[in-house]
Design a binder for this molecule. Structure first.
Ligand SMILES: Cc1ncc(COP(=O)(O)O)c(C=O)c1O
Length: 338
């Protein structure tokens, strides 16, 4: 089958470009220095390629992502980089500890108690490094680690996610701010101990020289989105939502892909050589830039999402294509849900 024959809207991944992105990141952060974040794609097919690229440790946002990979035998060291209190999900993770090393982030006594009750054996202390989200105050990290160890739980180290710095444009300013955030993480680590100092994402992956960070949690680099493209890294767009032109006139055209197939939290998606006007539930309205012919009804259009993670989570399957546009594989986006 060719991409032009796919039912749309459809997630299409260019195999060569995906491989290129994986190789680029693996050269920068080989092996365990990268703990790829699964939430960016939620697709075991891509996780298997990340294992083939040398990474066996993964970052996950949900128990479902970990359990899906454990049951498929993909990877062997999973960090739940998120606070979870749900007893049944923590118990399912605890049961899976016979098959893989599973480590859970905690930032409070309540999280610790829930993990302990479920039988979780390993934790990291999630440290707040400046983003108003999860993470304990760095000065209190050591005491939480002591409480965990007193319960017989292995404290493997610390993590701290500097998500608020991902899109700082000026590289010198960004480096300054990332290093300040990572010095908070380092001071917490001095109190907590353990081997892991985990942080980072695609937007900061190249900012850690001179810090104590020893693993980077990047995820979006594999497929990319238009927001991260603004940073000008070497990663290329490897995924699109393909739509079909269903209506057109001399002023605008409409495809059958809208908000229900494209996450909009980072703004409108983009279409090369075209201006996107707006998206509605099942439509995107756009016009051709000067010099670009107006698309015909029935033509396929490649849409670049502004935010990859939630876009992938809207779809059941990703179609994998070669450079000729032939669909060479179909990967279920099988790690969705909680
Ligand atoms: C805990 C955590 N680590 C790392 C990342 C980085 O992922 P990305 O490479 O997609 O920016 C995220 C993204 O939100 C995150 O929540």
């Amino acid at each position: 089958m060719n991409i032009n024959e796919l039912p749309t809207p459809a997630v299409v991944i260019d195999m060569d470009l995906l491989q290129k992105n994986l190789a680029t990141m693996s050269a920068i952060h080989p092996g365990r220095r990268l703990r790829p974040h699964i939430k960016a794609h939620k697709c075991s097919g891509i996780a298997a390629m990340q294992v083939a690229a040398g990474h066996n440790s993964f970052t996950c946002a949900t128990p479902r992502e970990i359990l899906g990979l454990v049951h498929l035998g993909i990877g062997n060291d999973f960090l739940l980089a998120n606070e979870v209190l749900d007893e049944s999900r923590l118990t399912a993770l605890a049961e899976a500890q016979t098959e893989a090393l599973i480590t859970v982030a905690i930032d409070s006594d309540e999280c610790l108690a829930a993990a302990h009750k479920a039988g979780i054996r390993s934790v990291v202390i999630d440290v707040n490094v400046g983003m108003p989200r999860c993470g304990i105050d760095p000065t209190r990290a050591g005491a939480l680690a002591d409480s965990a160890r007193a319960l017989g739980i292995d404290v493997r180290g610390v993590m701290g996610y500097e998500g608020h710095l991902m899109m700082v444009k000026d590289r010198d300013e960004k480096k300054k701010q990332v290093h300040a955030a990572m010095s908070l993480l380092a001071s917490a680590h001095a109190d907590v101990g353990g081997d892991i100092v985990s942080a980072g994402g695609t937007g900061t992956h190249d900012m850690f020289a001179g810090t104590t960070v020893n693993e980077v949690q990047a995820g979006s680099y594999a497929l990319m989105d238009s927001q991260y493209a603004e940073l000008g890294h070497d990663f290329v767009q490897a995924m699109w939502v393909v739509g079909t032109v269903i209506s057109t006139n001399e002023k605008w055209s409409v495809i059958d892909a809208g908000i229900k197939s494209l996450a909009m939290d980072h703004g409108n998606p983009t279409i090369k050589d075209h201006a996107v006007w707006f998206c509605s539930d099942e439509h995107t309205t756009f016009s051709a830039n000067e010099g670009t012919p107006t698309p015909r009804v029935g033509e396929r259009v490649y849409v670049t999402p502004a935010h990859i993670d939630p876009t992938m989570a809207l779809h059941d399957v990703a179609y994998v294509a070669n450079i000729y546009g032939d669909v060479i594989d179909e990967w279920p986006i099988d790690l969705r849900g909680w």
